[in-house]
Design a protein around this ligand. Structure first.
Ligand code: MLT
Length: 405
């Protein structure tokens, strides 16, 4: 008898962003004439930077000739891209990361979802609340989360991020083996300072734990004093894996390119306490299950680091961050307390009402789609997340419509 993975029965019936799409589609069907402005899922709307498009075209043309055609590439990514990443994103900021510690992939969602399979099934996990749902759901699927209990899972240690701690969770009070962190944060938009991040690194070192650090939104950091990478913190190489993405940085949500950094001295242990290096484990996983990102896409990503690409990406980020300022100012002018939007494309708005009710109200009365905070966890109840990823015109119109209700 074929049997299912019963852990799937413990999941919420649908993934947060699928649930939102379903509700929005139903609303649109019932109100075909109504204009809908989407500030829900963080999906970019502007074209790829010209430097990326030029490199993309050129690489596609190379595929048209036997002499320049490329078949399978290295599963870890082409050296031309990995070297640029190591140099520009890490070494230039004083973070000691080498190109062979970078694994190019087709998205940080997949990488943050897949990474848990290299760890034991019985480790104890700390997950912030609210949280990007992928970290939690993939551990539920793997059977690590325990049973659902009043909106939470019995075996997970939740790190509450609330306005009381400015959305920076405290260290776990009990022993955990794995800690998920995301800064700039999705969904709260909060950022972390080096002094606030250091205790997490120290905790991981002292407790033989590991940190999974999602830095997919680092390009939106304007404040030069904030760390863009966990490897800017001393001692992090041994205890942290970092995830980055070109999706929001350079408009690659549909093009797909990201990377994961596993330093060669990053470690975990077996049941007997023997140390193992995670680089070899992730390499084994990727070479078995993944055949790399296409050559033209990696060429397009490489162009982000060219002189023209750097300028164009900055302009793109600036464009969305203007939207973020407008959203933050508009919501504050209506009397709502807001986090995020200053070094992040997400604005976390305290509504004081049930998140899903507020979501429905914005959709019905203003035709604006946001993301209900409760979808990210219990601590998100009473909040909504508004995304800055849309055109200026649409964001301005959305704010006007919200002001009117
Ligand atoms: C979000 O809206 O939280 C993101 O777009 C989701 C993702 O990057 O997968």
């Amino acid at each position: 008898m074929i049997r299912i993975n019963e852990n799937y029965l413990k999941l919420k019936p649908s993934y947060l962003f699928s649930e939102i799409s379903t509700r929005v589609a139903a609303f649109q069907e019932a109100n075909p004439a109504k204009e809908i402005i989407r500030l829900g899922i963080g999906d970019v709307t502007r074209a790829l930077p010209k430097a990326c498009i030029d490199a993309f075209h050129k690489a596609v043309d190379e595929m048209a000739f036997d002499s320049t055609f490329k078949g399978y590439g290295p599963e870890q990514g082409y050296a031309f891209l990995r070297e640029k990443i190591a140099l520009s994103d890490y070494q230039a900021r004083g973070a000691d990361i080498r190109s062979d510690e970078i694994f190019v992939s087709d998205g940080a969602k997949g990488d943050t979802a897949n990474i848990q399979e290299i760890f034991s099934a019985d480790i104890r996990i700390a997950i912030p609340d609210p949280v990007y749902p992928v970290y939690l759901d993939t551990n539920v699927m793997a059977g690590r989360a325990g049973n659902p209990d009043d909106g939470r899972y019995s075996a997970i240690v939740y790190l509450d991020s609330t306005d009381k701690n400015h959305f920076i969770p405290d260290l776990p009070k009990e022993n955990v083996d794995l800690i998920y962190l995301c800064f700039p944060n999705n969904p709260t938009g909060a950022t972390i300072t080096k002094d606030q991040l250091k205790p997490f690194v120290d905790y991981a070192r002292q407790n033989k734990a590991l940190i999974l650090y999602d830095a997919a939104y680092e390009a939106f950091i304007k404040d030069e004093n904030l760390p863009r990478s966990i490897y800017e913190i001393e001692g992090a190489r041994e205890v942290a894996i970092e995830f980055r993405s070109f999706s929001k940085t350079a408009g690659f949500t549909g093009t797909r390119c990201a990377f994961t950094v596993v330093p060669k001295d990053c470690r975990a242990y077996d049941a007997a306490g023997k140390k193992h290096l995670l680089h070899a484990f992730w390499n084994r996983r990727q070479t078995t299950k993944f055949n790399g990102v296409s050559y033209p896409v990696q060429k397009a990503a490489e162009a982000i680091y060219s002189d023209a690409g750097t300028i164009q990406v900055k302009e793109l980020i600036h464009y969305y961050m203007n939207n973020a300022s407008l959203i933050r100012q508009s919501m504050q002018s209506l009397g709502y307390a807001c986090a995020g939007g200053e070094n992040s494309p997400y604005i976390w708005v305290k509504t004081g009402l049930d998140s899903w009710e507020f979501f429905d109200m914005l959709l019905n009365k203003a035709g604006v789609v946001c993301t209900p905070g409760a979808g990210f966890g219990r601590c998100g109840q009473g909040y909504i997340r508004i995304s800055a990823f849309n055109s200026h015109e649409n964001v301005a119109r959305a704010m006007e419509k919200i002001m009117k209700i």
